[in-house]
Design a protein around this ligand. Structure first.
Ligand code: DGJ
Length: 706
């Protein structure tokens, strides 16, 4: 039997040894297809020898490391049957390879466990997907404490870039050296969470946007999760991620099976930009259910414009103004349903508020449609307020643990989606809304963390998460043309699994362009721009009170799925003209922004952020100055991704007038723009840039001419 399997993609290789228990023995830069003899040489080359003062056998770091085999790192599996069968050894049993997918079956006859490990290395995107399942084949109940996905890393992977955050400050970076011990993040908040995004990058020292070897990971799961990066005393290192299981949460009867979420991972030899390319391509081709023929319309979302103050006559003015500035989808946010005048009541009662909307929502929808726009609506289905008809009639639908006081979050409780009656009520309410109204888009919100979640007396975050997916899937099946956005107090539920059922994320409740520049940069590592809700907010940010002119706000929102989040009626004519200008700019470049390749550049000035999108024909680059420039002159913009032998027309599209007086004269090309330049010069010499004020940005368009 061939005991070593090689999976190759365009740029990477994975080698898996099947015996005695499957283990990855190589994952990195692409190797040629190895012959049987070359594999023998590979095995001989990589044989580690045997150390003193250790177990008298070399123990491979298996795909599901077992303490019972003397894998002393974090175990892939921790389970027991009332204290028995606690130290399994998962030996290879059989495997099947179909194209790029390898499924390996492992068995422990003594512990009566079957484990199946499935790995696919996507040939074009270089993204590896790994998931596992465990089946209890014994008559006694198996308690599963941990079942996590493990991947090995080479010695040079010694820096971890992790993501932490909070409401209005999602996806902040932390870089940590990894030489000994463990780096762990554990999320028990019951949703993907703002606190710990379920992903990380691990690479060689100082890996950057453009440089260095780096391995990227993302766990596709919207509930509790744990991930670790670990270095053992022999220098071997691993990454491990999985669902964080609460006590007793997963117990398997005979023949029952637990399936892990999928861990997505990729290797790049070209820094973080390589991972951006891989993940974006993978998502676009495999996860997003979005018709390529459709465009993503520019939004107006009412939240920061009117909050709960809904008046049909005023909304009518907003709708007219929205159409004039080029909005293509008008969304009524929170506040439209029965009794919803603040955030203390009415969640769960999904009927239109007749005091606010005596004729229902139909007149608004008609006006929106007549003006050529699509209509969207906000919902928060998983919740009810204690002050709601739903709670009064079905207090038993509360997701809680009997006997304990339930804490509210934003004055609300969670509904138990595993309760079939509750599930059907919610499905029915949403289905009715979508059937009776011409709604093209739902903003699906989720505004609290999960505490004391039990179903039938047992921990229930796992079950709640799976039930949410079922609810979304059922709605998707019934209303395939309705696009759903995943929002959770901003970006509290952004992951690849919820993405299978949704089309877009509300990135953050923070529309402050300065904060958004950082949040969007870090989000862009895992998600392409078309998934990133990016709205122009009011001049004075509602979450930070910072003031930004429309140019910085407009250019910051440009590189996402654009929208405006304000009341256009209350804005000056000048400001409205500017909204229209940036919306038109977005529409002009939307095909590139929503399908091109995204990159960020390394800069000597840490306060500068230069990024863009490109395809074979053109490139759009923003240079944003976030803090006071480090030097009196700006670092030239070198664009290595252009073709050296081609010629390009360089145009300065947008330059903030506020920065115009900062120099005696601007770099010559900006005055002569558009300018024809050879690609190799743009690659190696670069464009001189005008100095910018802090919190401002410029936009440059580069068109290939041959
Ligand atoms: C939280 C969301 O993130 C906001 O955009 C808004 O929809 C509010 N909820 C409404 O309650």
């Amino acid at each position: 039997m061939n005991k070593t399997i090689q999976l190759n993609s365009q740029d990477s290789t994975i080698l898996i040894n099947l015996l005695p228990s499957p283990a990855i023995i190589y994952w990195g830069e692409k190797l040629e297809l190895l012959s049987h003899q070359q594999i023998e040489s590979f095995l001989s080359l990589t044989d580690r020898g045997l150390m003193q003062a250790r177990i008298d056998e070399d123990i491979p770091l298996t795909l599901c490391p077992e303490l019972g085999r003397a894998n002393f790192g974090s175990p892939g599996i921790e389970a027991h049957r009332d204290g028995q069968a606690w130290a399994p050894q998962l030996n290879y049993h059989s495997h099947q390879q179909t194209g790029q997918t390898l499924v390996i079956e492992c068995r422990d006859e003594l512990a009566s466990l079957n484990v199946s490990i499935e790995m696919t290395l996507d040939e074009v995107s270089n993204v590896l997907s790994k998931r596992m399942s465990v089946t209890n084949i014994h008559q006694d109940l198996l308690s599963l404490n941990q079942f996590a996905l493990t991947l090995p890393l080479p010695y040079q992977a010694n820096e971890v870039l992790s993501f932490h955050g909070r409401w209005s400050r999602e996806l902040q970076l932390q870089r940590t050296a990894l030489h000994h011990g463990q780096f762990t993040q554990e999320n028990r908040r019951g949703r993907t969470s703002h606190e710990y995004f379920p992903g990380c990058l691990i690479g060689e020292e100082s890996f950057s946007e453009q440089q260095g070897q780096v391995w990227g990971f993302h766990l596709a799961w919207s509930g509790n999760h744990r991930w670790k990066a670990e270095v053992k005393s022999d220098g071997r290192r691993l990454m491990q991620a999985g669902e964080l299981l609460l006590p007793g949460e997963v117990q398997l009867n005979q023949d029952e099976c637990y399936q892990t979420p999928t861990l997505y991972a990729s290797y790049s030899s070209r820094g973080i930009n390589g991972l951006r390319k891989h993940f974006h391509r993978f998502i676009r081709e495999n996860l997003i259910r979005f018709d390529d023929a459709k465009v993503r319309p520019v939004h107006l979302n009412t939240w920061e414009g009117i909050y709960f103050d809904h008046k049909p006559s005023y909304l009518s003015e907003m709708i007219s103004e929205a159409a004039k500035i080029g909005v293509e989808r008008f969304i009524i946010d929170d506040g439209w349903f029965k009794g919803r005048n603040n955030d203390r009541a009415a969640l769960g009662d999904w009927l239109v508020d007749e005091t606010k909307y005596p004729q229902g929502l139909s007149p608004q929808i008609k006006q929106v449609n007549d003006l050529g726009m699509e209509f969207g609506l906000w919902v928060e289905p998983e919740m009810f307020n204690p002050d709601s008809d739903l709670f009064r009639s079905h207090p038993d639908w509360l997701l809680a643990t009997d006997g304990y006081r339930s804490v509210t979050g934003r004055n609300q409780y969670l509904l138990n989606l595993q309760n079939p009656n509750c599930f059907e009520y919610l499905y029915g309410a949403l289905d009715t809304l979508l059937t009776e109204h011409n709604i093209g888009y739902l903003k699906w919100d989720m505004n609290r963390e999960i505490v004391q979640a039990s179903h039938l007396g047992r921990a229930a975050v796992h079950g709640q998460t799976r039930a949410l997916y079922r609810l979304l899937e059922k709605l998707n099946q019934a209303h395939p043309d309705v696009e759903i956005e995943s929002c959770s107090s901003g970006g509290g539920r952004m992951d690849y699994e919820i993405l299978r059922y949704t089309c877009r994320f509300w990135t953050s409740d923070c529309n402050d362009a300065l904060e958004r520049q950082t949040i969007q940069r870090n989000m862009s590592i895992f998600f392409p721009p078309e998934l990133m809700g990016a709205h122009i907010g009011p001049k004075k940010s509602h979450t930070t009170r910072r003031i930004h002119d429309i140019h910085f706000r407009g250019l910051t929102a440009l590189f996402g799925h654009m929208g405006v989040e304000l009341d256009p009626v209350a804005e000056t004519e000048q400001e409205k003209l500017a909204f229209k200008h940036y919306i038109d700019l977005h529409k002009r470049f939307r095909p590139l922004l929503h399908s091109g390749q995204n990159f960020y550049l390394d800069s000597q000035d840490k306060g500068r952020q230069a990024y863009g999108m490109f395809d074979e024909k053109q490139m759009l680059v923003t240079v944003a100055q976030l803090a006071m420039p480090e030097y009196m002159l700006m670092e030239p913009l070198k664009l290595a991704m252009l073709e050296g032998e081609s010629h390009y027309l360089v145009t300065l599209v947008s330059f903030p007038q506020s920065s115009a007086g900062l120099m005696k004269h601007q770099p010559a090309w900006t005055e002569e723009s558009p300018l024809m330049v050879k690609g190799s010069l743009l690659q190696k010499v670069g464009l001189s840039l005008p100095i910018l004020d802090p919190e401002s940005a410029i936009l440059i368009h580069i068109q290939r001419c041959d």
